[in-house]
Design a binder for this molecule. Structure first.
Ligand code: FAD
Length: 559
């Protein structure tokens, strides 16, 4: 019999995973257990404070903590968990610099992979809605909001300026409300730095499926929060939900549309791929565990906790996906793993929650602790005090407190942290009637239709003429890029449409590196030019063989 330490593998470095590793390190000696934690980042994210990154009231790196310092006794593997083989007791993780997967055998496994935002079945949300869970999400959103303000400041078209100054959040739970409260505060306070936006109104909208926001709280507190947010100018649309989106607007279930350039969605959620693939007991997709947090049929070997697990307390209450529960679940799991390694009593999960706290930004919050409810400034101070105390490590506590003080004394930071210079090849969704580009626009991308149809329209003698209809597999937009001219036709979606967009930079790189790719487009452009529009060329292509056009010239490009 092998006498070495037991191999304990923890998947996920969020609240549940990190706290399990920390408690296990207290309960088991190194000769009893070797603890390995796998996470895709080398830091742990303090999600309750993540919305404060938007306004800059907490610095980017102060809202996270390095896992190596939080869990000094654990081996950290910063990779992606790709597969969990429960029967073989092997976890496969993604390749790193060396293109080889890593396989790790375990004696005891903790699955704490949290959940992800899933926009499946909601056209255009993947391309246009921003999730809000990770540090990267918070950075992207903050940069995007600053970008929208910069653009609004130079934009002459009042309609586009309004869209740039409209911010929509789908989901009126804690995270949606906190994100919008911070975003609204930030925009309000930095607008004065933009000469042309000072007197321009901005619009913030929360779309919530239920008949009130904050379903996690009692009705009077939710009503208080609703009133405060509305007084600050935030629109709250109830009994409706996001259905689809384009780069120009959010489309709701009711058919209402909100023209906007910023759309954030905090719902709906799904389980990470590695958990979805698991063939074991589940409820609503989550891993079903017993009162000891053990996975059915794998008792004593596998524990699941945090947002990816379906847990019922000893008293029969379904456990909500919150940080305070994840921390208590971690304690229960650590005790039970220690019992499995060296024997002893098992613990049951019976934590019923201490209460709920939600920040409304700008010195207001709502709090419910047992039967006591608090709102306004007192609740806000409580919120800050509680979450500051819960942040592990004196170092981080001091940094956050210093950030809050700085934020109180000075205006918010407005510098944009540009991390990506090129958006790269990407997908986009258009709804019927959307303009993809206008005649006269600069040519900045080539488009390939994946699904749906669009119309090629050309303005001649003041009249818009329909030249052609293009459909799946056809492309358009290459001529303006190749001839360095402006677009000489307008493209309008005829049906809902999914398009692959190749920006100019990528198009040029591909043409240079793969000459055959460039030849296809050069030939296509020539044929289209020879087809003879009044302007010698119609950029999106004259009617094609596969298209229903009103011209007998046929030029077809199919992928
Ligand atoms: C914006 C926001 C605000 C919130 N505010 C509060 C609040 O005020 N109070 C409260 O109690 N709760 C709050 N929550 C909820 C709380 O943060 C979660 O319930 C808690 O984080 C769940 O912990 P977890 O460990 O299960 O998951 P997570 O903290 O999400 O951790 C999962 C970890 O697994 C990693 N991971 C996932 N898949 C893989 C993979 N395949 N390979 C490698 N690593 C992977 C992730 O990167 C992540 O680090 C908030 C959540 C959000 C998003």
């Amino acid at each position: 019999m092998c006498k070495g330490p037991k191999q304990v593998l923890i998947l996920g470095g969020g609240f549940a995973g990190v706290y399990t590793a920390r408690y296990l390190a207290k309960l088991l000696r190194p000769d009893e257990a070797s603890i390995t934690l796998i996470n895709r980042e080398n830091y742990w994210v303090y999600q309750p404070m993540l919305p404060e990154v938007i306004s800059g009231s907490i610095g980017l790196t102060n809202v996270v903590s390095p896992i190596r310092r939080l869990c000094p006794r654990s081996n950290l593997i910063m990779r992606e968990v790709e597969n969990i083989d429960l029967k073989g007791q092997i976890v496969t993780v993604s390749p790193g610099f060396r293109p080889r997967q890593l396989q790790l055998k375990y004696d005891h496994l903790v699955i704490a992979l949290g959940n992800i935002t899933n926009f499946h079945g909601m056209p255009g949300l993947i391309e246009n809605a921003m999730p809000f869970r990770t540090l990267a999400d918070a950075m992207v959103l903050r940069n995007h909001v600053i970008h929208a303000l910069e653009e609004a400041d130079v934009e002459e078209d009042p309609e586009l300026r309004r869209r740039l100054l409209t911010f929509v959040v789908g989901g009126g739970g804690f995270s949606g409300v906190e994100v919008m409260a911070e975003l609204n505060d930030f925009v309000r306070s930095v607008k004065r730095n933009y000469l042309r936006l000072r007197d321009e109104p901005h619009r913030c909208v929360i779309v919530q499926a239920g008949d009130r926001i904050l379903p996690e709280m009692s009705e009077p507190l939710a009503m208080f929060a609703q009133r405060i947010l509305r007084e600050r100018g935030i629109d709250i649309i109830l009994n409706d939900r996001l259905k689809a989106a384009t780069s120009e607007r959010a489309i709701l279930q009711s058919g209402a549309e909100i023209p906007c350039k910023t759309l954030i969605s905090t719902v709906p959620s799904a389980l990470p791929q590695a958990v979805q693939k698991l063939d074991c007991s589940k409820e609503r997709g989550k891993l079903l565990v017993n009162a000891h947090l053990e996975l059915k049929d794998y008792e004593g070997k596998v524990w699941a906790l945090g947002d990816c697990a379906c847990i019922t307390t000893a008293a029969g209450t379904k456990v909500p996906p919150t940080a305070q529960h994840a921390i208590r679940e971690a304690i229960t799991a650590a005790i039970n793993i220690a019992a499995a390694v060296r024997g002893g009593n098992q613990a049951e999960f019976n934590f019923e929650g201490l209460g709920t706290l939600g920040s409304l930004g700008h010195g207001a919050a709502v709090a419910q602790i047992g039967s006591v409810t608090v709102s306004g400034l007192l609740a806000w101070l409580l919120w800050r005090g509680v979450y500051l105390m819960k942040m592990p490590g004196l170092n981080r506590k001091i940094r956050i407190a210093a950030d809050w003080l700085r934020h109180l004394l000075f205006p918010p930071e407005l510098a944009q942290t540009k991390v990506a210079f090129d958006s790269g090849i990407h997908n986009q969704h258009f709804e019927p009637g959307d303009i993809i580009f206008e005649q006269g626009d600069l040519g900045d991308s080539v488009y390939v239709i994946e699904e749906g149809e669009c119309e090629v329209l050309c303005k001649r003698k003041g009249q818009r003429e329909l030249l052609a209809t293009l459909s799946g597999g056809e492309c358009f937009g290459e001529m303006a890029l190749l001839s360095h001219r402006t677009r000489n036709a307008t493209i309008r979606a005829r049906t809902a449409m999914n398009v692959l967009i190749i920006p100019k930079g990528d198009f040029d790189k591909l043409r240079q590196s793969v000459p055959i790719f460039g030849d296809v487009f050069t030939e296509l452009a020539q044929r289209r030019a020879e087809a003879g529009s009044p302007h010698s060329s119609v950029d999106p292509g004259m009617p094609t063989g596969g298209s229903r056009g009103n011209s007998n010239e046929a030029v077809l490009f199919r992928r």
